[in-house]
Design a protein around this ligand. Structure first.
Ligand code: FES
Ligand code: FES
Length: 158
């Protein structure tokens, strides 16, 4: 079957790719565009490891078809740092030891950024609720929540 020719924006830059009808956006990102920061945990929409934003909306890229991204703006973990300067969320994850194996981390960071874009001053409860779809097998979540709250505080001061 002929592949789909998709034109989109990826982390602010124009991108074109070919994909099969059944290929997910997660597969396109990792296998076609070689951006392996976005992780596959479950491939069924349950773990959040594959979180990206599409036109500003937080999605599980394992549940989106690559062809559906036509004309859309996709943001992945690769677009989070500004050159060598880490995003405040990334810096705070390091400072709070909010990662261990790292599999959940890109999805957590993308999801947390999405929260802070909507709510610059979330409560702990709001952070925990927003990140409820992002599973972590390692950290116990407390350091992640503390890192997000600390990053939010720093971003408000900046
Ligand atoms: S890999 Fe997409 S939600 Fe788990
Ligand atoms: S750091 Fe290992 S799953 Fe979260």
């Amino acid at each position: 079957m002929a592949k789909h020719h998709v034109t989109a924006t990826l982390n602010g830059n124009p991108v074109e790719y070919l994909c099969e009808t059944q290929q997910t956006l997660l597969e396109v990102l990792r296998d076609e565009l070689h951006l392996t920061g976005t992780k596959e945990g479950c491939a069924t929409g349950d773990c959040g490891a594959c979180s990206v934003t599409v036109d500003g909306r937080l999605v599980c890229s394992c549940l989106v078809l690559g062809a559906e991204a036509e004309g859309k703006s996709i943001q992945t973990i690769e677009g989070m740092a500004d050159g060598t300067k880490l995003h405040p969320l990334q810096q705070k994850f390091l400072e709070h030891a909010a990662l261990q194996c790292g599999i959940c981390t890109p999805g957590m960071l993308v999801a947390a950024r999405s929260l802070l874009e909507r709510n610059a001053n979330p409560t702990e409860e709001e952070v925990r609720y927003w990140l409820a779809g992002n599973l972590c097998r390692c950290t116990g979540y407390n350091q992640i929540v503390e890192a997000v709250l600390d990053a939010a505080s720093e971003m408000r001061r900046a």
